[in-house]
Design a protein around this ligand. Sequence first.
Ligand code: ADP
Length: 627
Amino acid sequence: MKKQEFKAESKRLLDLMINSIYTNKDIFLREIISNASDAIDKLYYESLTKSEIDLNRDDFNIRITVDKDKKTLTISDNGIGMSEEELDHNLGTICESGSLLFKKEKENRDEIDVIGQFGVGFYSAFMVASKIEVTSKKFGSTDAYTWESDGLDGYTIKKSKKDTVGTDITIYLKDDDEDYEYSKYLDTYEIENIVKKYSNYITYPIIMKKTSQELKEGTKDEYEDVEKDEVLNSMTPIWKKSSNEVTEEEYESFYTDTYYDYQKPQRVFRNSVEGKCTYISLLFIPSHTPYDFYGKDYEKGLSLYSNGVMVMEKCPKLLPDYFSFVKGLVDSPDVSLNISREILQEDKEVTQIAKSIESKIKKELETMMKDDREEYEKFFENFGLQLKAGVYEDYGMHKEDLKDLLIFYSSKNKKMISLKEYVDTLKEGQDKIYYASGETYDKIDMLPQVENFKEKEIDILYLKDYIDEFALQVLREYDGKTFVNISKEDVNLESEEEKKTIEEENTKNKELLDFMKESIGSNVKDVKFTNRLKNHPVCLTSKGAISVEMEKVINAMPTDDHVHAETVLEINKNHPIADKLKKLYKEDKDALTKYTKVLYSEARMIEGLPVENPTEISNLICDLLSK
Ligand code: ADP
C-alpha cells in the first residue's frame, strides 16, 4: 500500500493548523458535523428526487461516540458516503474554498487567525488529532474503504469493512501537554456544550450515548446503571423559529458560523410570508465589505431551501445585483426539489419570491435610513457603491427603485443627506440640484466654483465616488429638479442683469479672448470672463455631456475609448489678473501668451488634471517670477 503525499497547498495549511496554538480548536467538531449533515442532505435529496430510493427522513442521524480508553472520538453519519476515489480526492486536497480564502487572506492577516475565522473543514480535526481514520461506504456500493493519516506524512487508503452506508470519522486525540488539554474532548458534557454552541441548528439529530450519571435530570434513572441515547441539538432550523424565540446572539453566531464572517452582521431580518408565494427568509447585511466583494469571483445569492432541505447553496436569482451584499437563506414549500440551475432562472415561484425578497430588503434599508441614520451611513459606506451602480446599470431600469436609498454629502449640512432631503430644503426659486465632483470632500470644497454657491447659500452635493456622476446622469432629475454640475459652463446662477454685463464684457474683449484661446491650442473650447468666481482667478468648466471628472474616470478604464471633456477656461472678471490680461493684449502679446499658458495650467491643476507640459510651464513661471 503506497503512501500518498498531500498536495502542496494542503501540506502548508496542515502545518499551520497543527502547529497553531492560538486557534479555537473546538471548531473542528462543527466542521466534521457540518460535513456529516451535508452528506446526509445529499442522500436525503436523492431519495426525494428518485422514486427508486426509499428512505425516511427520520432514519438519518449523526452519532458521536467517545472511547475513553482508546482516547478516540468518532463521528458517524448515515449519509451518502465516499467511494475510494472520493476519499482520495476530497480528503487529499484541501477544500477549494478554504485554500482560496487562505491564499487571498494571508497577505494582510495573521495566518493563524485565518484558520480560526474561516475554518477549513475536515483538516481542522488535525488540530486535536494525532491520527484520523475515515471509514466510508458510498451509497449504492458494496465496498467500504478506510482513509488514514497522521496529518504529516500523507495518507493511505485501504479496503475495509463497514455494514451500513455512510461515514465514520475516528479522531485519535493528541496527548495532553502543558499547552492544551486534548482529553477534554472525551468528556460528554464538554462535547454537548460544543455541539449546542456550534451545531444546534443542524437539522438531523446529533446523538450521543450517555451513562446514567451523565443524563439530564428527569431523564436519568437513579437505580439502573444504563446508557441512553440523547439528542444534543435543537434541530429546528433557526429560521423556522419566530424572531422572539431566538436571541440576537443566536442569530449572530448563526451568521458568523454559516457565512464565515468574523464580525457580526449589521442587520438581521427575518420574514415569514404567506400568500401569492409562501416562504421564510432570514437575511443579513454584513457590517463590513467582504474582502472579495468587488472582485469578479464574488458570488451573490441566497441559499434556497425547500421545507428545510437545501436545494441550492447560492441561488443568484434570489438577489438583484444591487443587493448582492445581502447574505442569508430562503425556505419555501413552493420550491420544487428537482429544480436545476437552468430551470431556476425561469421558475415562476422563485421569480415571485425574488421579487418579494427585493422589496423586503428595500423596506429594511428604508427603515434603517429613517430610524437610524448613523447605522445607515455605515451601511452606505460599505455598500453604497453597489446601489449607485444599480442606478446606472441596465440603462437605468432600476433607478426609480433605488433613488431614495441614495445619500450624498451636502455642503450646507456638512453630512450625508438623501435627495428628498435636498429637495425638501430647496431655496426659493431653485429648480436644480447642484453637485460637484472630486477626489475628496476637502478638495471639492476648495474648488473655485464652490465659493459663489456658498455665498448664495445654495447647497451642493459633493460626489467623490467614480460612479456618482454617471448615476446622477442616468437619474437626470429628482422630483422634477434636474441635476446640474456646478462645473458646467452654463450653470446660470446669475441674474439677468449680471448675465448681460458679462456677455458685454466678453463681446468687448473678444479679440483678447480669441488670442488667448489660440495660445492654448485645441485643448480648450473657449476662453471667457466670468462672474461665477469670487476671490479665485480662474477655473475650468466643461460644455456638453462629459464633465472633467467623467473624463478622468472613463480614461482610467482599461479600454481604448478615450474621451475628452470640452473644457472652457473661465477668468474672474473682477480679479486684478483680468485687467493685467487686457493691458498685456495691448502692450506685450508675447507675455500674454505666457500668462495664458500658466493660467490654463493652474485651472487644470485645480481640477486635478495633469499639466500637459510641466517643464515648459515651470520655466514660464520662473520666467515671470524673475521679472
Ligand atoms: P468542504 O466541506 O468545505 O468542501 P472539507 O475539507 O471539510 O471541505 O471536506 C472535503 C470534502 O470531503 C467535502 O466537500 C465532501 O465532499 C467530503 N466529505 C467530508 N466529510 C464527509 C462525510 N462525512 N461524508 C461524505 N463526504 C464527506
